[in-house]
Each structure stands twice: as C-alpha cells, then as structure tokens.
Design a protein around this ligand. Structure first.
Ligand SMILES: Nc1ncnc2c1ncn2[C@@H]1O[C@H](COP(=O)(O)OP(=O)(O)O)[C@@H](O)[C@H]1O
Ligand SMILES: Cc1ncsc1CCOP(=O)(O)O
Ligand SMILES: [Mg+2]
Length: 264
C-alpha cells in the first residue's frame, strides 16, 4: 500500500474538483504536493468533456447551493458513466436541513466509491445525534467503527471517518489510524484536503480501500510530523504542506501508526 506514494507521482492523475470556495486553493496545492494535478471547475458547459478525461472526481458540498447541486449531480452521473472513481465530502451535513437534503440527493442519484467525513458527519449519515457545530466535529474522540461499517455496507462504498482515530472501512475490513495532531482541527480545510489526497490515490490503486487509507494516513501523519517542534499555527500550516510534499515510503514505514483491525 505504501508504494502508492510513488505511484501517484508516476501517474500524475488529473483530479477534478467540484468543491467549496473556502478551501479550494489549499485543495489544489495539496493535490500538487502529493504529485497529482488538480483542476477545479464550476462550469456546466465542460462537465461531459472534463469528466471524460479526468482521473477521479471530488464532490465537496462545503459552500453548496441548489444551483451547484445540479452541477454536482451532472458531474456525479458523468463520473459514473465514464467509470471514474468519485468521492463525496458531505461537509457540515448535520448543520442544516439543506445540507442533509443535498447529501441525500447525491447519495441516492450517484454511486460514490468513497464517502469521507469527519466523525460527526459520518455519525449523522448513520442516523445518530451528533455534537457538531457548523462544519466542525466535536465527536472526534469517539471510535465509530461499528457505525462506519454499517454506513459502508448500506451505501456499498468505502467510508472514511476522520478524528483522533481515523476509521477507513469497506464494511468488511477496517483500518484505524492513530497518527494526527490536534492542530489539524485548527486549520480549516484539513478534512477537504484529505478528500483531495484520497482522490489523488484512487486512480492509482486497484483497491479503493487502500487508496482511502493511504490518503487519510498522509494527512494525519504529515500533521503529526509538522507538529514535532510545536510550531505556531501559521507555521504549522506551511509545514503541513512541506510534510505532504516530502512524504515517502521510509517515513510511512517508520512513523505510520495504522492497524487493520478486523475482517468479518
Ligand atoms: N482529536 C484529534 N487529534 C488528532 N488529530 C485529529 C483530531 N481530530 C481530527 N484530527 C485529524 O485532523 C484531520 C482532519 O480531520 P477532521 O478535523 O475530523 O476533519 P474536518 O476538517 O473535515 O472536520 C485528520 O487528519 C484527522 O486525523
Ligand atoms: C469553514 C467552511 N465553511 C464552509 S466550507 C468550509 C471549509 C471546511 O473545511 P474542512 O471540512 O476541511 O474543515
Ligand atoms: Mg476541519
């Protein structure tokens, strides 16, 4: 699985983003840092053309509206038609009815390969009450393996739930990642960037589960390494990009704290 860190640089996949306008530049830069090519689009005109040449597609609802929902649906259906791996980031799905309705439409009308949220977002999709506020999770200390597995089985996709311990599951196998830093919660977009990293790995791996696990691991481990000398938050953000850019197999082998905990 760790060899994907080299493969993504060889393949240089084109990662097409339909994403929010808060973290869009950081998502483009993290995609470059891992060795893929980002393209951000808000255009109806190019959907068919651009999805057909993309390597993978991101739908991130962070700053959605009803007009954009139509764009996400069009792009999502095109991704399914052209067999392009596609990931959904249901940012703040628990915050409003509008976000819930948009997420439900997307999940009903598009077949996603990965649904990635923070723990509150995945708990909410699983039908549970959450302690989220806006786009942030305050459930991040929980282990929601069982809920994530159930959501993965129901949606027939890989589910990623980020928090103190990250959970990645296809409903049968689970990876748990114990790397991370609390500072990752103090920089907006670290969840969105995790989605971009997973989307960068998806076209490089036969296993979507492995692509999701390594994409999540790269963010959590890079955050941990960036925090080694306890930098201030602005410096931490810069170091985070440096660590993603410099991630390699040796560092993954030495520092990754990842376990495959079950196969049922
Ligand atoms: N309590 C925590 N301790 C350490 N790392 C965390 C913690 N909570 C989240 N992270 C890490 O922060 C990154 C973003 O996750 P999270 O904050 O859950 O997503 P989002 O930005 O979508 O809300 C992930 O790498 C995750 O592992
Ligand atoms: C603050 C905010 N508001 C709408 S989208 C967004 C960014 C959320 O990014 P992340 O989910 O990665 O923290
Ligand atoms: Mg966040």
């Amino acid at each position: 699985m760790y060899s994907l860190i080299e493969k993504v640089k060889e393949i240089n996949p084109l990662v097409l983003h339909y994403t929010n306008n808060v973290t869009i530049t950081d998502c483009a830069n993290i995609t470059l840092a891992i060795g893929a090519s980002p393209l951000m689009s808000f255009s109806y005109e190019e959907v068919e053309e651009i999805v057909s040449v993309a390597s993978s597609v991101v739908i991130n609802i962070g700053t959605m509206n009803s007009n954009l929902l139509d764009l996400y649906l069009l792009a999502g259906k095109a991704a399914n038609k052209y067999n392009k791996p596609i990931i959904l980031d249901p940012v703040g799905v628990f915050a409003t009815k509008a976000r819930r309705d948009i997420t439900n439409r997307l999940l009903n009308e598009v077949k996603f390969d990965v649904v990635k949220g923070n723990i509150s977002e995945i708990k909410y999709i699983g039908g549970f009450d959450v302690r989220g506020k806006g786009v942030d999770s305050f459930d991040d200390g929980e282990d929601i393996s069982d809920i994530a597995m159930r959501v993965a089985r129901k949606l027939e996709c890989v589910v990623v739930a980020t928090g103190k311990v990250d959970i990645i599951t296809d409903g049968q196998e689970i990876f748990k990642i114990n790397n991370g830093s609390i500072k990752l919660k103090r920089v907006t977009g670290t969840g969105c960037m995790t989605t971009s990293l997973i989307a960068s790995f998806m076209p490089c791996s036969e296993s979507i589960l492995h692509a999701a696990a390594i994409g999540t691991l790269v963010m959590s481990l890079s955050g941990e390494l960036a925090d080694r000398d306890n930098p201030n938050i602005g410096t931490f953000k810069v170091k985070l990009f440096d660590e993603v850019n410099d991630m390699n197999i040796n560092k993954l082998e030495e520092y990754a704290n990842i376990e495959k905990v079950s196969k049922v």
